[in-house]
Ligand binder design. Sequence first.
Ligand code: PGA
Length: 249
Amino acid sequence: MTINRYLIANWKMNVPPEGIEGYLAAVGTAPGGAALVVAPPYVYLKDVVAGAPRNVGVGAQNCGDQKSGAFTGEVSAAMIRGVGASYVIVGHSERRNIYGETDALVARKLGLAIEAGLTPVLCIGEDQRVRDAGRATVYVSDQLKAAGIEQLETAGEIIVAYEPVWAIGTGRNATGEMVADMVSAIRDALGRFWPERYAGSAPVLYGGSVTPENISDLAARGNIDGYLVGGASLDSGRFLAIYEGLRRG
Ligand code: PGA
């Protein structure tokens, strides 16, 4: 059976208070049913790869937009693959909004991630102003279009994460119904702008203030293939409770 449901922990610039070893041991107890991925800060990638139980994949939170060379502070997709990680998040809204990453830059990162053999987790999502203006689906479709169809032709799996900016780290999650509407717009856009197979097969995740408390509405109504979790992923117990919601949903 191919698993195309995912739960991804984005630790951001944090380490779980219980420590990496304890966290991984706890997450390792999860039963099968969906893929679990942990995305630590770069410097812990090797430790997480070494300590990850068999059911846990490892990803980076970002990668450089160049192959190698004089790019101080950057880490290439090939290096991430080289230390044994399998996934990389690209285009997270914190990268786009705080560090000024454009669609073109995100597309370059996506291409390099594919070339390196990583599974990219492409983040897209509108901010509050765009949503209020009624332009959320157009905005998100444009972000998908900007990923560049040619470089997607040769890619394996690509995970799409719908992460509305107004929901990230704010405690205001999108409702299951809002997410379901957006997921169908995303599948529609994938059909129009990406190689044909993605419309049906790309896993579409939701991210933005997902917690054990709101997981049941999202799971019941959201039509989602999984979640990208920030804050609530730092505690293995809360992360596993979300996993249970995904498995049952
Ligand atoms: P949050 O972050 O769960 O803390 O809102 C989600 C994300 O940024 O991926």
